[in-house]
Design a protein around this ligand. Structure first.
Ligand code: APR
Length: 232
């Protein structure tokens, strides 16, 4: 069975109603990203940051996976599939993809500010004063700018074993996530689905990349049919 690695960003969830980041002039739901997605922002105003993620967590309950998430799951009927997502939503999980790596954390989980081993699902709002068993303040399980990306190594190893790479709905501006495709073997084709997709990618000859300038749902439906036909 051929192995497909699917790298997703905010655009795969856009048609579910989850806003992307950089399409809104650097604002995330009205906030400067540096206020709500950096350790410095959290230190300055922890209540604002907790409320911000509480709202994001609550709004997850109002959205559903779209056809792009469903087609990614359906690829498993024909291929070994690993999803590596920059998204903190749980829409790949709800579409029942089997192998998912979250590079930037998960909104539905919290972690301790003092105990790196304490990461748990958390359904309610998180408030200042909610502590882990060792007494550390709880915070969203989200990788903020300037923080380590612990899942990058397993993600790179998955890419190194890919026969086919699909990139969907990411502006490819945030590293190290944006360099992951470079770990794929030199003969693996790369398909990039995004209304702004281009074949101009560092370290890759343009003829290895197929840019599909469409929305995720439409692009993924067409690519699904093509891959099943080509690799039957
Ligand atoms: N289908 C596919 N792609 C879409 C759609 C759609 N319906 N709508 C928008 N897009 C594309 C945009 O063209 C853009 O290229 O989604 C991309 C979204 O880019 P960003 O907002 O930069 O999101 P992403 O690349 O996932 O951001 C990476 O930045 O803020 C951090 O940690 C955060 O994981 C995030 C990271």
């Amino acid at each position: 069975m051929k192995k497909i690695v699917v790298l997703t960003g905010a655009g795969v969830s856009a048609e579910s109603g989850v806003p992307t980041f950089r399409d809104a002039n650097g604002l995330w739901e009205g906030h400067d990203i540096m206020d709500v997605a950096t350790p410095e922002g959290f230190a300055r105003n922890p209540d604002l940051v907790q409320q911000f993620y509480n709202q994001r967590r609550a709004s997850l309950r109002t959205v559903e996976p779209n056809d792009a998430h469903h087609y990614i799951k359906k690829l498993e009927d024909h291929f070994e599939v690993v999803v590596i997502t920059q998204n903190v939503d749980d829409l790949h999980e709800r579409a029942q993809s089997s192998n998912i790596i979250h590079l930037h954390g998960e909104l539905r989980k919290i972690k301790s500010t003092i105990d790196p081993d304490f990461i748990e699902y958390w359904e309610d709002d998180v408030q200042t004063g909610d502590l882990c068993p060792k007494g550390g303040q709880l915070r969203p399980h989200v990788v903020w700018f300037g923080e380590d990306v612990p899942m990058i190594e397993p993600a790179a190893m998955e890419c190194a074993g890919a026969d086919i790479v699909i990139i969907i709905g990411t502006s490819m501006q945030v590293y190290p996530a944006a360099s992951l495709y470079q770990f794929a073997p030199p003969n693996a084709p790369v398909y990039y689905i995004d209304p702004k997709a281009s074949t101009n990618m560092a370290g890759l000859p343009a003829d290895r990349i197929t840019a599909i300038n469409d929305k995720a749902t439409i692009g993924m439906a067409a690519l699904y049919d093509q891959l099943v036909k080509d690799y039957k």
